[in-house]
Design a protein around this ligand. Structure first.
Ligand code: DSN
Length: 480
């Protein structure tokens, strides 16, 4: 059998030499990025480490091919190999998630959501409108018809989870295009428990009657009952769209099943491929047959030409996710998040919702007298990479915030387990307890500046290094 580690080491060493022959600074930055990723505690909940097979697949001549359109129906000649790649990516996705239809072209999660919005508008608004107008061809419409259709398309309602409750920008946040292209309303979480209140979502949906009900999150540390969300959508005649970008790996790994698996319940499911799913950076849409033909219009409707090299890497990653070892990985991601949460709670730190049952925890840092921005910066000084995040009803807004979001997918890939995550919680609490908020030039309290106690960063880096050395990133990859 081939020695995959030796092949990977040789492939990357040689690739870097080729790159260095043209622009050595890029080769240097690439080497440094590996060293930095190897040497820090990566706790960003939306990041992971893709396998060398996935990474290598992205570095090929598929990048050079234009392929707008769909499999077997392209606007460019010579797409036979792209067809193979895209069809395989879609097949793996359908099999893995049990989906009726899969679309592998979106370049990111935001793109996937845009494809979903437009496909729902096409299916629910444009199609019926054209039928009523007695015409199937949009090019035959008079100017007055066209204005009327544009008005219909631009006058629809979307209900999604608010950003500070854990929803995503693209779920109707006003400054985002989703909040501008739709009349939007947002549902939050229970002010006492921080948990989703399905009765409150239902009441809002009954009153607002959205065309689209969006479920899913990027910073909610709990599971969602998608069967209940579908009941709500059905009651008000909405299309249920689930954004599973964050937890797709837990769905793929069968940690979320039954009511917690969005695929059997939603009309349209969007995802990224690089978070807990551990693939290349990109997006994907899953849908019922009913929505398939309108999702297929994603490119060139709202997407630029598909990134064929990335679709190839999606196919490889999805093939990996179909292996039994991926289920063990996904379960460990969830178990480790619990260990991390317990580590914080036993050290008297406050977590939004009091814990987690997915892959992330949301730490309220206001108890340490800090903003999220100050906490994020102090932690980074100590080699702990996180991101600041709003918490429900955040007094510091979406820029400074009062929270830190932490996820377990990346360090679980490195092999971290219960004890390491308990130690990670200890190190984070230690940094935050030893960080003082700074003052502005005028002498008032600053939301950005801070002072980390002497020696703390080095102490935490040393303790982290021991864990990181025990669980190396890409252990078989040695660059010459
Ligand atoms: N950037 C992703 C995240 O961090 O959750 C979502 O846009």
């Amino acid at each position: 059998m081939a020695d995959i580690d030796a092949l990977t080491s040789s492939a990357y060493s040689q690739a870097l030499e080729v790159i260095a022959s043209v622009e050595p600074r890029i080769a240097d930055a690439t080497r440094k990025e590996l060293a930095d990723q190897r040497g820090s505690l990566k706790l960003i909940a939306s990041e992971n480490y893709a396998s060398p097979a996935v990474l290598l697949t992205m570095g090929t001549w598929f990048s050079d091919k234009y392929a707008e359109g769909t499999v077997g129906h392209r606007f460019y000649a010579g797409c036979q190999n792209v067809d193979t790649v895209e069809a395989l990516a879609a097949e793996h996705a359908r099999e893995l998630f049990g989906a009726e239809y899969a679309y592998a072209q979106p370049h990111s999660g935001i793109d996937a959501n845009l494809v979903a919005f437009w496909s729902i508008l096409a299916h629910r608004v444009e199609g019926p409108w054209l039928e009523k107008a007695g015409s199937k061809n949009i090019n035959e419409l008079t100017d007055a018809d066209w204005e009327s259709l544009r008005h219909e398309l631009g006058n629809q309602r979307l209900l999604g989870m608010s950003l500070d409750a854990g929803g995503h920008l693209t779920h109707g946040f006003r400054p985002n295009i989703s909040g501008k292209m739709f009349h939007q309303q947002q549902y939050g979480t229970d002010p006492e428990t921080g948990l989703l209140d399905y009765d409150a979502v239902a009441a809002k949906a009954r009153e607002f009657k959205p065309l689209i009900l969006v479920a899913g999150y990027s910073a909610y540390p709990r599971r969602v009952n998608f069967a209940k969300m579908r009941e709500i959508a059905d009651e008000v005649g909405a299309t249920l769209m689930v954004d599973m970008a964050h937890f797709a790996g837990l769905v793929a790994g069968k940690v979320f099943t039954g009511d917690e698996d969005p695929v059997p319940h939603a009309h349209v499911v969007t995802t990224t491929t690089h978070k807990s799913l551990r693939g290349p950076r990109g997006g994907m849409v899953l849908a019922t047959e009913e929505y398939a033909s309108s999702v297929d219009r994603g490119c060139p409707m709202v997407l630029g030409g598909p990134l064929s090299h990335v679709m190839a890497a999606k196919a490889v990653a999805l093939a990996e996710a179909r292996q039994p070892s991926f289920q063990a990985y996904a379960q460990k991601v969830a178990d480790n998040a619990k260990s991390l949460a317990e580590g914080f709670l036993k050290r008297d730190a406050r977590l939004v919702t009091g814990g987690t049952d997915n892959h992330l925890v949301l730490l309220d840092v206001s108890g340490f007298g800090l903003t999220g921005r100050q906490a994020e910066s102090a932690l980074l000084d100590a080699g702990v990479v996180t991101n600041r995040n709003s918490i429900p009803s955040d007094p510091n807004g979406a820029w400074y915030t009062s929270g830190i979001r932490l996820g377990t997918p990346a360090l679980t890939t490195r092999g971290f387990g219960h004890d390491e995550f308990d130690q990670v919680a200890e190190l984070i609490v230690h940094v935050l307890q030893n960080t003082q908020p700074g003052t502005t030039k005028a002498g008032g309290p600053s939301k950005a500046s801070y002072a980390l106690g002497d020696g703390i960063a080095d102490k935490v880096k040393d303790a982290s290094a021991e864990m990181l050395d025990k669980h190396p990133l890409y252990p078989g990859l040695v660059l010459s």
